[in-house]
Design a protein around this ligand. Structure first.
Ligand SMILES: Cc1cc2nc3c(=O)[nH]c(=O)nc-3n(C[C@H](O)[C@H](O)[C@H](O)COP(=O)(O)O)c2cc1C
Length: 206
């Protein structure tokens, strides 16, 4: 058995999802070639048409799963209009998947400020320079915008743009999936009626 192989007790012993997620993410950090926190994020537009793109998970705890973005981007506008979302991690090196869904809240200004300060200077400038998801006439226009903000914030702290912050998905369902031979995969879903409630664990047919 390799370090990252699971025993069935990994599933049967877990009675809440967050510590199991933490273990799996740690395994992924050791085994993925890059971006172990990369996750597909699904939202819906006002017509109920789903939308999907990758983001990086920047934090998780019992409150939920946090990522950061431009609130004026397509995903930002969709979540602000319909504060519900889903995520799906797939760690190829581990042959494991985790999916979760639930209502979304905005992280506090303090939490967003704290995270923004940890970003490389270039990324903080980029948050100002990019009108994410809106038409860009040329690469040059983006570079010009970067140069302008680099000059504006040449000295001192770079503040967090008001439109740039984090969303937290407060899961009502988290499913763990692990590849097993002959497509007889292991699946366990933790469910609850509302984000504050206790979890029910259900094993499912693959
Ligand atoms: C691996 C990966 C990680 C990404 N992480 C983020 C992220 O954390 N936040 C973000 O706004 N965009 C991230 N992006 C870019 C998004 O996928 C997307 O292109 C962008 O946010 C615009 O999406 P939207 O038009 O649906 O709002 C990432 C892309 C990739 C491929």
């Amino acid at each position: 058995m390799t370090a990252h192989e699971l025993t069935s007790s990994d599933f049967t012993d877990a009675n809440e999802p967050f510590s199991l997620f933490g273990t799996w993410l740690k395994d992924a950090e050791e085994s993925e070639v890059n971006d172990p926190t990369a996750v597909a994020l699904a939202t819906v537009d006002p017509d109920g048409l789903p939308n999907l793109r990758m983001v990086l998970l920047k934090g998780f705890d019992e409150r939920g799963f946090v990522f950061y973005t431009n609130f004026e981007s397509q995903k930002g506008r969709e979540i602000l209009a319909t504060p519900k979302a889903a995520m799906c991690f797939h760690w190829k090196s581990l042959r494991r998947q985790v999916r979760l869904r639930g209502p979304v809240e905005i992280v506090s200004d303090e939490e967003a400020d704290e995270y923004f300060k940890t970003r490389p200077r270039g990324s903080r400038i980029g948050a100002w320079a990019s009108k994410q998801s809106r038409p860009l006439e040329s690469r040059f226009a983006l570079e010009k915008s970067v140069a302008e903000y680099t000059a504006r914030y040449a000295i001192g702290e770079i503040p967090r743009p008001q439109y740039w912050s984090g969303f937290r998905i407060r899961p009502i369902s988290i499913e763990f999936w692990h590849d097993r031979p002959f497509r007889l995969h292991d699946r366990i879903e933790f469910r609850r009626a509302a984000p504050e409630g206790g979890w029910t664990k259900v094993r499912m047919y693959p």
